[in-house]
Write a protein that binds this ligand. Sequence first.
Ligand code: FAD
Length: 513
Amino acid sequence: MSTSNPAPPPDVLPPHLFRQAVEQAALAISITDARANILYANAAFSRTTGYRQEEIVGHNESILSYRVTPKLVYETLWAQIQRQRPWNGLLVNKRKDGSRYLADVTITPVVSEQGATTHYLGMQRDVTEVHRLERQVQNQKALIESVVDAAQVAIVLLDENEHVLLDNQEYKKLIGDLGKEPAIALLAAMREQLGEGFEQSRKQHRNVAAREILIERPQRPSRWFSCSISWFEEHDSGADAFYEPLRRHYLLLTIQDISELKRQQEALRINGLQALLAEQERIQGLRETLTGAIFQLEGPLNMLSAAAHMLERRLSSQTIAADNIPASALGEAIQKSREALETLRACIPDAGAEIQQQININEVLADVLKLATASLLSAGIVVEWQPSAQPVLVSGNLAQLSNLFKQLVSNAIEAVNERRGGRRELHIVCSSHPDHIEVFVEDSGRGIPEELRYKVFQPFFTTKGAAKQHLGLGLAMAQEIVTRHRGVIDIDPEFHSGCRVRVQLPHAGGNHV
Ligand code: FAD
């Protein structure tokens, strides 16, 4: 082998040292002539290719080609080295025994003092294993991505600064539905719901199990999501972190749309409430009928009693023998009638079991409005519903309170229907005050005259026509329920463009029923 490079100073590095160094190098090294015919190969080259040094010298490097490397790669290789520039790339090589390996090859032209390429220095490394591992990682990544993409739940990966790094198809659909970056909106809602707990679990990278989150959208149906947070830790793959591992944390948010499930639960709840109210209505009807019958019978019976007393007094003043007249028979008939009335009174069913619980008045009103939707729509009534922003919890009986507001809403609908022309509106406002909860049920109907403000709460008083079969027990029943809940019900005298009923109930934890 001839070399035109200046020899190193002999006292520093003797020339044979270069040969020994190349000979013993762990990297496979070969030196070729300008047409790639091998002139020299070191021991590592023999270990890599399986050819002994004496077998390989004199052959072209192409002996190693497995013939699957594209022609273009060789063309590029030659074009580069012919321009006297080093080339580096991957070639599929074949060993002496026919087995293949992936070679990371670097070819450096050796240029004479005259500027001509006289030789090439080839260095190669078997990188089959590295390639296998890289491919495996790529395959796994592709597999994970396709599994994540096929998942029926939305999945999104965020860094610690809540920047989205990765998402799946379901998440992309959410972007279409909810607008830009739903993850941020959902995390904000979770933060609001969990309060301090959210920041704590975030600082300690603690997972958060499924939380139900409501996203309200103007003019569009609200959506419910079940959201879970899992944290995972990544070791920094940068060179800096090789000896001193750096950890990064990522937040994996899984989002499941449970709006349909919530709607079904809601429908079930409303159906349950409807059944409860129907039962209450049946009992109430029975109570009204029996109370009405007793009331109707009591009048004539009282008159009969009075007449019997008068007769008794007159007869005693005329000293006529009592057994000669039918006075005792009359007294007996009155007595029997009273007993019959008592039997009737005993038949009046109870208003219902007093099951006490904490009741959210906002929810009761919303449910009552939902139940009245069909009547409100058919009557063409515009509803303005203003729930309280503060908690409005009352300790009481759900069926009774639902019945109370159902009665007030029914009254309002009837009042609006009875009025010809004009506005057709129902306003319901719920608000929380330091010592009570207040509900206004306001309609644009005919209103209640000032002088009847108190009378309308009396049993059997009705302003509605007899044809409508009203006994006038609705507001009396409403008052009874409010009183049982230690509240107050009245009609606002200041309101003149319809009727405004005001109900005040004590907060739960205060006065209990
Ligand atoms: P070839 O007919 O040899 O060449 C294919 C294409 O390469 C030709 O169309 C042409 O464009 C170009 N080409 C080939 N020889 C020349 C030349 N003398 N001058 C200009 N262009 C030319 N190949 C491997 O497969 N594995 C190796 O490990 C490997 N190591 C090499 C190490 C060195 C130092 C050098 C210089 C080359 C090395 N080669 C290696 C390339 C090898 O010489 C062949 O070019 C390659 O194997 C393709 O061989 P082939 O018989 O398929 O086609």
